[in-house]
Ligand binder design. Sequence first.
Ligand SMILES: C[S@@+](CC[C@H](N)C(=O)[O-])C[C@H]1O[C@@H](n2cnc3c(N)ncnc32)[C@H](O)[C@@H]1O
Length: 249
Amino acid sequence: MSLFHRLPPVFRALGAQALAFAGLVALARLGLRFPPMVWLLAQATGAVFLSRFAALPFRWLLIQAALPFLVWAAWGLGLPAWIYLALFLVLAAVFGGGLLTRVPLYHASRDAWKKLEDLVPDRPGVRFVDLGCGFGGPVAHLAKARPDATFVGVEASPFTWLVAWLRCLPWRNARIRLGSLWRTDLAAFDVAYAFLSPVPMPALGAKARREMRPGTRLISHSFEIPGETPLRVIPVKGREGARLMVWDF
Ligand SMILES: C[S@@+](CC[C@H](N)C(=O)[O-])C[C@H]1O[C@@H](n2cnc3c(N)ncnc32)[C@H](O)[C@@H]1O
């Protein structure tokens, strides 16, 4: 796989748009003149064509086709430039943490929180980490249910982290850290829980095998670690196929 193909889809998509745009600028410099709609169509067609080379999935091709027209429409609104910067910053604050690792923000159900409670070993001083804790629902619930254990959430998106931090303030045994799960040493925990996406699971499995101590537990919500059969699979309410997978080291 080339270096380009290993880039996250968002960068491949931007690369395809930029290349298509560069091609059109070259044509304009040669003196070609067309109505704006033709330029937009050419930009969309070029970007979709290049996106196929960039191995982007079908839904990205639809986004690539629509993007030039949406940009044109937004331009026509005459909005001040700072609005785009502000929107970008808000989106980055909420979703930025998962952009590169391709992990969106969504939440485990209350049923999953309850079932997680049963998976925290019943001895005082247990340390639990939620890798990518979102708005902190599981950490807050568990910290309230188990005052004898410590619950840590790690979250990479600043706004999401702030919500989780505020939500967990009432619980002295809950801590929410702003940072990357990849920089969190799992050796410090008895239970590591993650609800991410299929993309980081091979790397998470390798990290857990490297760092987790014997007698500790890894729980993944809904996403498998390729090649690792879970010890237990517990269905939970939520999207279709929602389940907790448990591996004991
Ligand atoms: C699907 S949500 C899960 C929320 C929560 N753990 C739950 O079970 O309800 C995944 C979260 O992981 C965060 N995330 C993604 N990549 C991360 C990373 N490398 N380090 C820390 N957090 C990350 C995202 O910002 C998102 O809030």
